[in-house]
Ligand binder design. Sequence first.
Ligand SMILES: C[S@@+](CC[C@H](N)C(=O)[O-])C[C@H]1O[C@@H](n2cnc3c(N)ncnc32)[C@H](O)[C@@H]1O
Length: 277
Amino acid sequence: MTEDLDFTPDEIGEWSERKIRIVTRHAEAYSKILANQNYLKHFYIDGFCGGGIAVRKGSGDHVLTTARRILAIKPPFTGYHMIDADAGKAAAMQLACGQQPGAVAHCGDANALLPQIMREMRHDQYRRALCFLDPYKILLDWNVLVEAARTKTIETFIHFPTGDIQRNVLRHDQSTVDPADVARMNLMWGDDSWRKAAFVNEPDLFGDREVKAPIDSLLSAFSDRLRKVAGFAHVSKPLPMRNKTNAIIYHLIFATPNATGLRITNYILKDESTPKV
Ligand SMILES: C[S@@+](CC[C@H](N)C(=O)[O-])C[C@H]1O[C@@H](n2cnc3c(N)ncnc32)[C@H](O)[C@@H]1O
């Protein structure tokens, strides 16, 4: 497919197409289940929605991305909030939203806009929401996750930016780390306690030396934090998203107040992790 675009589309690899499939499949199952419960209103909230079309690396083909595919799901959601900081992408998304009643695109910083939108997802108003937080780097504010968990109505996919963290924050030579990158990490974590999970002390000839812990230690600490500090009842095992050379770009994590949500996602994550012949 090709469309004339008034924004610069992102170039995406196979791992991004896999993510698009995972979130869209979950959204299809979610909307079907929620639409069957007449008293509930269900929403889709996308904090970093993009312009709805990306370019496939290599072929240059246009690919419909998550937000555009979710706008087309039947039965539809009651409402949609699509956010992107890029004016061209937000305008393209507003155009796509025009076809779908209850859909709004917002241009702005997701960290500033999401808390208010999330507070509107009130349990006592029978609202429920599926959220997708997919920044391409360390960018998300921990307070957004706290707000999502507090509602007890929101389940969310979270892009955990493993590659950016490894490259810029967990350097072997810590003196080369830019303080701005540490600040980004603190914002995403909510404080600087990530250090305890990211490094371990190892004895050497001169006493103790701080060395990098395996990345799983950081992922497990973040999942614990989603449960114990933010307050999500269920958190999936982080799914590594790898590029062609098998390097991990990021992890996809799913956090939810709802055991059924976790069951659906575990099924999809397992299915999407199994090579198809
Ligand atoms: C990885 S892309 C999103 C891809 C999309 N979720 C998908 O499935 O195709 C990240 C998007 O975040 C947007 N962005 C960057 N900083 C932002 C911010 N502070 N608030 C909202 N959007 C932002 C970028 O313009 C970009 O479109």
